[in-house]
Design a protein around this ligand. Structure first.
Ligand code: AQP
Length: 335
């Protein structure tokens, strides 16, 4: 992080290496991270430890984690200025998570709605890691004494539990952790599934037509947008009853900067065919430069490794201080 006289807020953002990032990750998070890094000291991480709550092929996990890290570099997150690293490279995440487990009540962890949802989705593998996921996330945040964490709707409950754990620990042992607040950044929009627009777009959706991944070729993007579920009204307008059209309008707005009124005016009297063609074209134009930067960086394995190593060293220097402080407060015999 930049060493300036003026103290900036520490803002922490993670992305799971649970698949190839989608346009939902891009518009909901990535696209805003660049601007966020101008005003704050930012720590960006690939949450590969979180990715193993579901079963992975080892080679796939390795490739996805490396690629997700390359995406962060491709976004222009400046690894010399910000800390950009992989979670599993800093063992303190697991170490602090264990300690925080012992300061989290079973009842409060049981109330997490994501656990309930994911247990239903992965009924054949309801592992304890899925249950303690929010405690690892609390460790991710508290290790770096983050002031703020950007969170979408679905992660609000996890930030609250991280705050509760921090306050509880501070209450017992005195000021140890900074209590993080949500970061309210530029609105990125909640992007929904192209096939079931009542649920969010997810990179791990088994239906590949439900999302546009950042590596999709131009013709694939066009096909996926053209087959997006809409409705039978054939009128481009934003309405609660039209989640599919709203979603495409959001995507178009994210690409062009146009608001919904302007989009409705632009497509007045036109059908969904014209509208979808325009959305697809705007999306193709938006993604092309970032995809080509990603492809360029991915070829340079030495650069990726060097950035990942430096990022981990810088992250660990902060994380180690926090863990030592915590262990001392708890009463571990340190030599
Ligand atoms: N649908 C979405 N709309 C807007 N933003 C989204 N994000 C994820 N989905 C949407 C934002 O992307 C960032 C990284 O997310 P993540 O990978 O850490 O976790 P996630 O929310 O679980 O993302 P996915 O794509 O749904 O992953 P899987 O399928 O593995 O569960 C976060 O800032 C998130 O808000």
């Amino acid at each position: 992080m930049e060493n300036t006289a003026e103290k900036k807020n520490v803002v922490l953002s993670f992305v799971q290496s649970s698949g190839t990032p989608t346009i939902a990750n891009y518009f909901g998070a990535f696209k805003n991270w660049h601007g966020m890094a101008v005003e704050n000291d930012c720590i960006f991480g690939v949450a590969d430890l979180h990715a193993i709550t579901v079963r992975n092929t080892p080679a796939d996990l390795r490739r996805r984690s490396q690629e997700m890290y390359a995406w962060l570099l491709a976004l222009g997150l400046e690894p010399e200025k910000n800390i950009v690293f992989l979670q599993s490279h800093v063992p303190e995440h697991s170490q602090l998570a264990w300690i925080l487990n012992c300061y989290t009540q079973f009842g409060e962890a049981s109330r997490m709605t994501q656990f309930k949802d994911k247990s239903r989705q992965h009924a054949d593998n309801v592992n304890v890691g899925l249950f303690t996921y929010p405690i690892l996330m609390a460790a991710d945040i508290l290790l770096y004494q983050a002031d703020q964490v950007p969170v979408g709707e679905d992660q609000k409950q996890h930030l609250e539990i991280a705050r509760d754990i921090a306050e509880r620990f501070n209450g017992i042992y005195g000021e140890t952790f900074r209590v993080p607040a949500p970061y309210i950044g530029k609105k990125g929009g909640r992007i929904l599934s192209l096939q079931e627009p009542e649920k969010k777009m997810s990179k791990s959706d088994p239906n590949v037509k439900a999302f546009v991944s950042l590596t999709d070729a131009d013709d694939v993007i066009v096909k996926k947008i053209k087959s997006a579920v809409t409705d039978s009204e054939a009128c481009v307008r934003y309405a609660e009853t039209k989640p599919g059209v709203n979603n495409l309008m959001t995507i178009y707005s994210c690409c062009t900067g146009k608001d919904f009124d302007a989009i409705e005016a632009e497509f007045a009297g036109k059908g969904y065919g014209d509208f979808k063609a325009a959305v697809a074209e705007a999306l193709v134009e938006e993604l092309r430069p970032v995809r080509s930067e990603f492809e360029r960086i991915l070829k340079d394995k030495a650069y990726i490794e060097q950035c990942a190593r430096t990022g981990a060293e810088r992250a660990e220097a902060i994380a180690r201080r926090t863990v030592r402080k915590v262990m001392k407060k708890v009463g571990f015999y340190q030599v």
